[in-house]
Every structure is written in C-alpha cells, then in structure tokens.
Design a protein. Structure first.
Length: 267
C-alpha cells in the first residue's frame, strides 16, 4: 500500500499563493485576496523575474537554499497575520484531505491493485498542500505531489475525490518510469490518458458506482488527451479483463502502438 505524507511547506505555500496573483488572479477567497494585496508592495521591490518562478522549484528546500528573492518575500510575509490566515485555512484543508484519504485507504488500495495489477506497497510520496481556492493539482517529479483543490460541482457521486486524484498523481510518478524505457517524449499524453481512464474513471466508478463513458477528468479541456482516451478505451476494457498484463506493461504497449497509429489518427 502506497504511503502518502501530507505536509504544508510555508515557503512553497507563500510562493504558490503569490504566483497565482500573476498567473491567474483570484479574489474568491478573502484570506487569499488579503495576502495577495498585502504582497503587492514587497513584490514590487524584487526583480520581476522572481514573479515568474515555478513555485515547485522550491518544494521542500530549507530557507537558506531558497532563491534570494524568495527569501526576502518569505522573511517579510510569512510572519504577517495575512499569511497566517492563509496558512490556517490550508492546514484545515490538509486535515480534511488526510482524513478522506485515510478513511478510504483500504478500499482505495484494494481497488487500485485490482485495476493496475501492481503492488506499490513500498512506494512513498510527499503531498504538498496549498490553499484549496487556487486549484492546484500536479505531480512535480521525484515523488512530490502538489495538491490544493476541492471537487467541482460536476463531480459525480459522493466522496472519493481525494482518493481518485491522489492515485491520479501517484500514477504520474509510477508510469514515468516508462519514459526512459520507451524513450518517447512527444507522447506524454498517452500515459496521462491512461491515468485518467484508470483513476478519474475506473477507480471513481468502482468507488461511487455509475458508469463511463461519458469520461470524467481534469483534462476536460485538453482535446488531445480526450481523443487519446477514446482511442484507448477498447484496449483498456480488454486490459481490465486480462489478468496477465499489469498497467506498466499496458502503458508501454499503448505508447508504442500510439506512435505507430498516431499519424493515421490525426488525419
Ligand atoms: Zn494528470
């Protein structure tokens, strides 16, 4: 059974909350809006390139290893009540996520083992939690998951959102071990489509009931991923019925097959 360590990294939380002020301004949450307002002046004093850093680059770094501009921002803003409010709401959210993950832990790992035919008992990931109003969800490499979002209105069924998406991010990590083997950079969307079939759809339906298609997934607006999912669906249904192939082998086979059929598909 996979082990997830949930944590809040204060410097990353600050960077992520401020980064979004520029990447995607958001005023829907009062604490976030107040921190972004408070940060306007300190941010104007650091070179503009500091505003465009990728927040994940600083995940888990000790203070003295942070880029100097981030150190300045952290020193000035982390002690403020505006940051403490965002931190407090983020810690409450972390408790929510952790308790949903743990309450579904046995079901989730049993079902994922059936779906993937893979034992990932010895795998460990760190989940860096950010404020839930800033829709964060990505695998940042090296066993690091960034997470801060709640289920959309359209999420079918009750619960299971955290379990489904934690496994979604975990499998970005697991399937990435095929990258070097298959040696293909340009079809990254094939494993992503597979992850959506395995977690957003198969795991969701096994936990909540219902059926697919229609397909559900965070890549709703990514037409290429959706097209690949539809292409993969009949292979996927056959894979589920066959005990002989695990998900890593299936992923490899699909990546190779997609490359062959790609030109035909895109015509
Ligand atoms: Zn994904």
């Amino acid at each position: 059974m996979v082990k997830l360590n949930f944590t809040v990294d204060e410097n990353y939380l600050l960077a992520h909350t401020l980064y979004y002020e520029f990447a995607r301004p958001y005023a829907g949450n009062e604490a976030v809006r107040m921190l972004q307002t408070k940060a306007k002046r300190p941010i104007s004093r650091v070179p503009s390139k500091c505003l465009y850093f990728r927040a994940e680059d600083i995940l888990g770094l000790p203070f003295e290893k942070l880029p100097i501009d981030i150190q300045h921002l952290s020193r000035e803003l982390v002690p403020t009540k505006e940051f403490r409010n965002v931190l407090h709401e983020t810690q409450d959210f972390k408790a929510e996520v952790e308790s949903e993950w743990l309450s579904n832990y046995n079901d989730g790992s049993r079902l994922m083992k059936q779906i993937t035919k893979l034992d990932i008992r010895n795998r460990e990931f760190t989940v860096y939690i950010t404020h839930p109003s800033l829709s964060n969800g990505r695998y940042a490499g090296k066993g690091r998951i960034c997470w801060g979002t709640r289920p959309p209105q359209s999420w079918p069924g009750n619960g299971s959102y955290v379990t489904v998406y934690m496994y979604h991010e975990v499998y970005h990590g697991i399937l990435s071990q095929n990258d070097a083997k298959v040696g293909i950079v340009e079809n990254k969307k094939v494993p992503h489509a597979l992850i959506e079939l395995a977690t957003d759809n198969e795991l969701r339906v096994r936990m909540n009931g219902g059926a697919y298609p229609p397909l559900v997934g965070h890549s709703e607006n990514d037409n290429a991923i959706r097209a690949i999912e539809n292409w993969m669906l009949p292979h996927w249904k056959r894979y589920l019925l066959d005990d002989g192939e695990h998900i890593l082998a299936f992923d490899e086979r699909m990546r190779r097959r997609f490359l062959k059929e790609q030109s035909r598909m895109l015509q």
